[in-house]
Write a protein that binds this ligand. Sequence first.
Ligand SMILES: *Cc1c(COP(=O)(O)O)cnc(C)c1O
Length: 342
Amino acid sequence: MLAGMSTASLVTAAAGPVPAPPTVRDVLAAARRLEGLVVRTPALSHPEVDAAAREAGADGASVVVKHENLQHTGAFKVRGALNLLLGFDAEARRRGIVAYSTGNHAQALAYAARHAGTPCTIVMPTDPNPVKERAVRHLGADVVLHGSTFDDARARAGELSEESGARLVGAANEPLLVAGVATATLELLQQAPDLDVLVVPVGGGSGAAAACLVAGALAPGLEVVAVQAAASPAAHDSWRSGDLRTAANTTRAEGLAVGCGFGLTQQVLRERLADFLLVSDGEIAAAQRTFLTAARTVAEGAGAAALAAVLTHPARFAGRRVGVVCSGGNASEAELRRALGV
Ligand SMILES: *Cc1c(COP(=O)(O)O)cnc(C)c1O
């Protein structure tokens, strides 16, 4: 057990006992399982993004963007969902899955469920991003709209799971999700082996924990830096305090809108994460604008948060080779208008 963690803090109210994190062996198994099923997304430098970093004050920084916005379903999460569902036995497939999500977790699970031939029910807050809701329905999942936040939807998903026997798939305390998600970092280390620092956006923390696991085993010199929205800082607060914390949860960046820390991901972050930065929603929107104009890249808010961290904490990145995870591209039209101010 980790210093500073009480027994109670290893259990989150909604998610039950915390399973152990995956190992690098699990990540390598996931890479084999996912071969040919996920996009090996490009890792690209964009001279105008480097120029924007320079103008922001990060002299000499060179940025490599890992374009998970070009992944199936428009976000990295499908890696974890496929890894989990492809491991189901016949009985688990018959019972199906239920999940709660503001969007990308749902799309990823719906996509993977269709691929694996298992039923999928998704609970979303009642005012979902229409782009994401439509996508989930098109993928063949049943959508249940309930409550106004992620946390309301979570409670309803738990009830549905108890009623039907379908496996409740959480957002972060899921070792096979983290192992699948970690294949993105594995690819990036092959594509850009000389990075000094990797910046990863955080909601529940699976992406950042995955990056820490892979870097810890295969790239000991690589710093992993997490970034969260200042308006939804639960993972940040949990990491800084050493306890699982809940916090205000008002960011507009849906992938980052999570109100509590999770035991599994926090345990990994505590062991390996170099730093945890916060960015405002305005700074995220500015980074979305930079992605659009300097890299011709559509990033949703969460997908732009890592770049926002580089642009708003430039001294930390000056002179370094910086990997930036563009984690998703599922921006609604309204969101893009807001980012561009039109
Ligand atoms: C879910 C999500 C995140 C946050 O990932 P976690 O693994 O929950 O920390 C970041 N960006 C996008 C686009 C997401 O969908």
